[in-house]
Design a protein around this ligand. Structure first.
Ligand code: FAD
Length: 315
């Protein structure tokens, strides 16, 4: 009999799996260590407004994902950022990236601020243990929807899955948000650099639906530079990236009225795979996330849907 299915991680992959299972009429329970949903598409609340420090936006081509995007767009949770040129629309959450995960979360039962440290199987069911020592369960199945290095340690009951997760290298990225009193003249809204320090700069406050108090930019360092400067104090990271940004724009920047730095230890996988999702169907343990495909928001959504499909096929 199918009891509640535990899903660890309420980012795009976990939410996509939860949604698919709920639509199939199965009960799910999500767990996330953070206070809210979204993971790498969550937004940071700040004194100048919400800031998208993770994925600044994303592309989409999968027909099922495009259908989901059209639904969220008609509910006002996302929009194509038309100021960005390209062969495909560039999607952003509105009024912040996390609006997309909110739309997916709906009324799905979720335990936030709960970091799962162990997943173990009794005679017939799964139990979870969190870092505060509380146990959760019983569950008939478990889906682990975390970045690969965090997933691996929860997959020890299925060594083949744990080994796959352990083989994935995920890249770190320093993100810096800067708020200026005035708009930076002439700068495009989304800049990509072929650079040692800076990977990209996004005009966060110019995205559709934003209401930020200052003109805000989010800068992302390259994975190489971040790896070499993982332990640099945040003030120094802000200085280095702001300086690099000014150099790339070819002019002095006015002093930022606001600045913050955030380190993503697992921003995206170093290499894409074509795994879709991983499953030990006999035991009822599954894994999904962007690292099971191409390291993108769309890949995470597709991977979650694939994990749900594998689980449903095992019933
Ligand atoms: P996550 O979003 O990481 O979700 C995992 C969730 O698990 C998190 O909510 C976390 O809090 C939770 N968690 C972790 N450990 C535990 C635990 N032990 N117990 C409970 N909960 C736990 N993608 C694009 O498509 N385009 C881009 O331009 C782009 N740029 C990016 C730039 C940056 C700086 C970053 C960081 C990411 C970028 N991405 C981009 C990648 C994209 O954000 C991810 O591919 C996608 O959001 C991953 O979703 P996920 O569900 O697989 O993982």
């Amino acid at each position: 009999m199918t009891q509640t299915i535990a899903i660890i991680g309420a980012g795009m992959a976990g939410l996509s799996a939860a949604h698919a299972l709920q639509q199939a009429g199965l009960p799910v329970q999500l767990f996330d260590k953070s206070r809210g949903s979204g993971g790498r598409i969550s937004s940071k609340r700040s004194e100048i407004g919400a800031l998208d420090l993770g994925a600044p936006g994303f592309l989409a081509q999968d027909p099922a994902f495009l259908t989901a995007l059209a639904d969220w767009a008609s509910a006002g949770s996302c929009a194509a950022w038309t100021a960005i040129d390209g062969p495909q629309p560039y999607w952003v959450g509105t009024p912040r990236m996390s609006a997309i995960s909110r739309a997916l979360l709906g009324d799905l039962p979720t335990t936030f601020s709960c970091r799962i440290s162990e997943v173990f199987r009794g005679e017939r069911h799964w139990q979870l243990l969190d870092t505060a020592g509380a146990s959760h369960g019983p569950f008939s199945h478990v889906i682990v929807a975390l970045p690969a290095p965090q997933a691996g340690v929860l997959l020890t009951a299925a060594p083949a899955l744990a080994a796959r997760a352990a083989s994935v290298v995920m890249e770190p990225v320093w993100a810096v948000a800067l708020g200026f009193a005035e708009a930076q003249p002439g700068a495009q809204h989304s800049l990509r650099f072929d650079d040692e320090i800076l990977q990209q700069a996004t005009h966060d406050s110019a995205k559709p639906g934003r209401d930020n108090r200052l003109d805000s930019w989010v800068l992302h360092a390259t994975a190489d530079w971040t790896r070499q400067h993982l332990d640099l104090p945040k003030e120094a990271v802000i200085d280095r990236l702001a300086h690099a940004f000014a150099e790339r724009l070819g002019r002095r920047l006015p002093p930022a009225q606001f600045a913050l730095a955030h380190r993503w230890l697992y921003a995206y996988p170093a290499r894409r795979t074509d795994w879709g999702a991983l499953g030990d169907q006999q035991q009822g343990l599954f894994a999904c996330g962007d690292w099971c495909l191409d390291g993108t928001v769309e890949g995470a959504w597709r991977s979650g849907a694939r994990a749900a499909q594998l689980l449903l096929a095992s019933l």
